[in-house]
Design a protein around this ligand. Structure first.
Ligand code: F6P
Length: 323
């Protein structure tokens, strides 16, 4: 393999740049040319493909976002789009790919690999931590720290006013950001998709918690869960317990920005280098992750499995420690 390419796709995540840097410098270390594909699969289709040098990735390890830009490509979901992408890769002499992204990125990579057989290795880049085959995805730790920072600040004002706050965090269909920031922020409750709560349960817990003379009460709500988003839940709660002084805060895209944490920079660097070396050693159709501190390869198809190992323990932590 003499020419490979790297791209980022889907929602950006802090640490993607550190991963790109590791892929580029890892490839150059092995005397392989490396190209950057800009704007994910859209760039592959449009031939937005350019050579990268060691200098191209200078001074980016500490920056969030992605220097290669990102996109969610509708065209790549079509056969015609993928054919165009294949032709562009051939025209540029690309023999292997490193795909940095999440679920959607790997779904695309798997289909493309089955159709055209271009060796592809994935790196888990998403704040959601929803990929099976790695303990942490790149960007998750920074997103949790950003959420925590916000929760700490909201706690200050919640405490002054004896208020209940529903704080909505990101995660698509995954409750990892919610659970981890709830534990770190000393929240009283976490509402997550993996273990849905009925409205009755939420109200019951709130009544008991408030009854214990709590002076502030933080509920971390994962987006994409039942019975509704943070605003909807808060409205229903207020209707049932009118005496509560309830507020809502939706953290949104701030969770995707900010300089990556040490954890994210280090795992991104390890995974990036391991991804290049896996590709050069003939591996394909796999994601490189880190499990129990060690590099692990997981077939793309398995990365879509739900990873629930730590969920029950984390829920218990929130429940026991908030009393
Ligand atoms: O997958 C990362 C993520 O930030 C999710 O947590 C969220 O649901 C989604 O992307 C938001 O996507 P967009 O930036 O396209 O609105």
């Amino acid at each position: 393999m003499k020419n490979i390419a790297v791209f980022t796709s889907g929602g950006d995540a802090p640490g993607m740049n550190a991963c790109i840097r590791a892929v580029v410098r890892g490839a150059l270390h092995h005397n392989v040319n490396v190209f950057g594909i800009y704007r994910g699969y859209n760039g592959m289709i449009n031939g937005d493909i350019h050579p990268l040098t060691s200098q191209s990735v200078s001074n980016i390890i500490q920056r969030a976002g992605t220097i290669l830009k990102s996109a969610r490509s509708a065209e790549f979901r079509t056969k015609e789009g993928r054919k165009k992408a294949y032709e562009q890769l051939r025209a540029h002499g690309i023999e292997g790919l490193v795909a940095i992204g999440g679920n959607g990125t790997f779904t695309g990579a798997q289909i493309f690999y089955e159709e055209y057989g271009i060796p592809t290795v994935g790196a888990p880049g998403t704040i959601d931590n929803d990929l099976y085959g790695t303990d942490f995805t790149i960007g998750f730790d920074t997103a949790v720290n950003t959420a925590l920072n916000a929760i700490d600040k909201i706690r200050d004002t919640a405490d002054s006013h004896d208020r209940v706050f529903f704080i909505e965090v990101m995660g698509r269909n995954s409750g990892y950001i919610a659970l981890r920031s709830a534990i770190g922020g000393g929240a009283e409750m976490a509402i997550i998709p993996e273990k849905p709560n009925s409205l009755d349960e939420i109200i019951e817990k709130l009544k008991t918690g408030w009854g214990r003379a709590k002076r502030s009460y933080i509920v971390v709500v994962a987006e994409g869960q039942q019975p509704g988003n943070a605003t909807e839940i808060a409205q229903k709660v207020k209707k049932e317990i009118p005496d509560l002084d309830v507020r809502v805060s939706t953290l949104g895209h701030i969770q995707r920005g900010g300089s990556p944490s040490a954890v994210d920079r280090v795992i991104a660097s390890r995974i990036g280098l391991a991804a290049v070396e896996a590709l050069l050693s003939g591996k394909s159709g796999i994601m490189v992750g880190i499990v129990n501190g060690r590099i692990k390869y997981t077939p793309f198809k398995e990365t879509f499995k739900q990873k629930n190992e730590q969920i029950a323990e984390m829920i218990r932590l929130v429940e026991v420690l908030s009393k």
